[in-house]
Structure formats: C-alpha cells, structure tokens
Design a protein around this ligand. Sequence first.
Ligand SMILES: Cc1cc2nc3c(=O)[nH]c(=O)nc-3n(C[C@H](O)[C@H](O)[C@H](O)COP(=O)(O)OP(=O)(O)OC[C@H]3O[C@@H](n4cnc5c(N)ncnc54)[C@H](O)[C@@H]3O)c2cc1C
Length: 409
Amino acid sequence: MNSKEPIIISGAGPIGTITGYYLSTQGIPVILFDSEETTPRDHRASTVHPTTLDMLAALKITEKIIPQGIISEIFQFRDRFDDRIVAEFDYQALDDLFDHPFALQVEQHKVVNTTHKLAENSAYFTLLRPWQVTNHIQDEDGVTVTAKNPEGETETFRGKYLIGADGGRSITRKIADINFPGFTWGERFVIATTEYDFGTKRGGGHHYRNYVAHPTQWSALIKVAGDDMSGLWRILLPALEKDDSGFKQGSVEWVQHKFVECLPYEDEYNIIDINPYNVHQRVAETFHKGRVLLAGDAAHVNNPLGGMGMNGGIHDGLNLAEKLVDIDRKNGDPETLLSRYDRQRRSMATKYVQAQSIANKKLLEENDINIRRKRLDDLEATSLDKTAARDYLKKSSLWAMLQDAEKVE
Ligand SMILES: Cc1cc2nc3c(=O)[nH]c(=O)nc-3n(C[C@H](O)[C@H](O)[C@H](O)COP(=O)(O)OP(=O)(O)OC[C@H]3O[C@@H](n4cnc5c(N)ncnc54)[C@H](O)[C@@H]3O)c2cc1C
C-alpha cells in the first residue's frame, strides 16, 4: 500500500476517532470526516470496561481519561419486586487478567475529545468537521469519497480504504448496500439525570453501576463524573406501551414518579435532563465489502444494558486497524486479512454483545414471577461461586469475546 494515500473514515465518534488515531500512530495517514461541528454531548456510553481500558492504555488514552471518570470495581443487580440485592460482581476478581481491573465510568464525549487532543499534533491525522460524507464509489485500487464542506459545496477525496464509523444510521453502510437485519424494541428507553446521590445510605447505598429488575419498572442506575467531577446519576427507564402512571411519558413528572417507583428513597429529585431513545438490536450482514469496512454502531447496534456498544465498537476498530497496518507493511494478503476481520468481529457481535445485552434486558423485565425468581436466584448463585463469578465477569467485560475471536481463522 502506498502509505501516502490515506485511509478515509466517515464519522469521528469514539470508534472512528480511536481507529484513526491508532492508524496515525503507525504512520498511516487518515482523513476523518464528521458532520457535526463538535462532539455531541448527549447521554450515551458511560462505562468503559477493563478490556478496553487495557487496549487504550497502549495509546495513552487510559491515563488521560481515568482522571476524568470514576473508578467502578463493583456492579450490582437488585430486585425491586422483592426489594433485595441479588448479586454483586467485582472486577478485582480478574486482577490476574487485567492491568485495569475495574470499569471506568466516563462520558463518551470525554473519551472522544481526549483522543482528538492526543491526535491533533500528528501529521498523519486530519479531522474535517463539519463535513458530511455523502457518497462513495470503490474500484480495484481505492475509494473515491464525496463529502459536503461547511459551505455546502461537494468535494471528492481519494483513499485506499473507507471505514464507515458513522453510527447506527450509517450512510456508508447504505451506499455499500449492506443489509442491517435485526429488530427494534417496542418501548423507548428514557435516560434522566439527577444530582441526587444514590450512593448514600439514604439514597439506597448504590454502587456506581446498578441494574434493578422489576416486571414493569426495571431500571439501570449509573453514576458518572459530570463536567466538574462532582458526580451525576443517570437512570435508564423503559417507556412501556402500557403505562398507568397518569403522567406524560418522558415528562419531568413522569420521571419523578418513576424514580419513586423504581428507587423509593426520597420523593423529590432535581432532574437535570431527560433524553428518550429508540433501541435496536441489529448486526450488518457483512463488515467488509471490497474496500469499504464497517465498525462500531455502523456495523452493530444493541441496547445499552451492560455497556457494550462502544466497548465492542472500539474492539472492532482496533482489530481492523491492526489488519490495515499489516496490509500497509505487506504482512499478509489484504483480502484474507479483511475477511478475517469480518468473520472475527461479526460472529462475536452476535454471539456476545447481542446475546448478552438481550439477556440482560430479559432478566430485568421478566414478568413471570417464577421465571424471574429462578433467573435472579441463578444469578445470585453465580455471584457466590468464585469460578462461576469469574466466568460471568469474563463475558461481561468482553474478555471472553476477545479470546474467542482469536480462535476464528
Ligand atoms: C443511552 C445509551 C447509553 C449507552 N451506554 C453505553 C455504555 O455504557 N458503554 C458502551 O460501550 N456503549 C454504550 N452505548 C452505546 C454507544 O453510545 C455507541 O455504541 C457508540 O456511540 C458507537 O460509537 P460510533 O463511533 O460507532 O458511533 P457514533 O457515536 O454514533 O458516532 C458516529 C459519528 O459519525 C458522524 N456521522 C454520521 N453520519 C455522518 C456522515 N454522513 N458524514 C460524516 N460524519 C457522520 C456523527 O456525527 C457521529 O459523530 C450507549 C448508547 C446509548 C444510546
């Protein structure tokens, strides 16, 4: 590969940015386009797992994001129906596997902006924003990408490969005519933020990441650092089709009411913001079509329970970047390497991220009383058995997925 010809990346979210930064550190020029002028600050990923922290450490990102986040060793499952703590899992149990045996609660935009800062002085890293990628045409030698500049004019760029890291609605995936099969959950998810401290005894003594099971009012409760590091709590709630709360779904009153139903420790929470989301479970039919590659949400989307979307996407991006470096250094046949990327990451997205995130939702929302008690009892037993708890943590941290992927030829 002529290393003067860049790799073009559509999308400078976490996946495009980290993939591009890795390539630039290896002397491969990258041009990233993002249609937004600045990194969106909406409430998305907030949990970075130990596998990802260890990978990002090699890029010096981990040391920069740790001071901006909260170290979270333990995560907890509760049952709101029977009002009990069901299970606790502690990443310290895997301290023989990880240099960072904890999750970091850190907002997605901090990860992205920190990486942009690290990359900004690299001669190999060019970020163009707000530039919107509108089209691409590939041939035997490369890809011609069309993008709209900030003045609304169209310009073309030539790259050796195009990485579509442009999120769940990826235009790259659509133009490459790659199907995105799967389904959309019937209910929307609502995320609300409050300064109320659920870590105190009065607030229920929660850890920084908690999943609360209930047949109709399940929730996830997570602490993030906030801009000034004083701490904010985010609750994720389902906005069910059948809702007898009497309040407009997604309104402040509805969220207040849900807080009290889900976590009845206080009757007034100062709610800072509320964001509704449609949630999908989809995996692209291929992550590799000629010179067009997909990574992150462009390749797969899942519900946020377990915090695996961004983590899995970063794993995609770094796997792909290593293969592109091998191609650059003529360490293998390009088609063989990129097909292996597709086989490794697509199969694992289905086997681990999709399976685990769907199982997490089913566990929390199960409304058959016997099934729910059995599932929660099983989870409790898993947490109390050292070997079973380690196996569970290996899966939830995506360590098992990475090991499994290595076996894919
Ligand atoms: C509520 C919620 C909570 C979540 N919590 C977690 C969590 O705790 N842990 C976790 O791992 N994951 C979590 N996720 C998932 C995570 O947010 C996504 O997996 C992650 O954002 C994917 O990153 P990405 O870079 O692939 O896509 P995105 O973050 O969507 O970035 C895509 C970028 O592409 C740009 N773009 C789009 N189209 C174009 C175009 N045509 N031209 C140029 N640029 C374009 C966009 O502006 C954007 O910047 C959560 C998601 C949600 C909704």
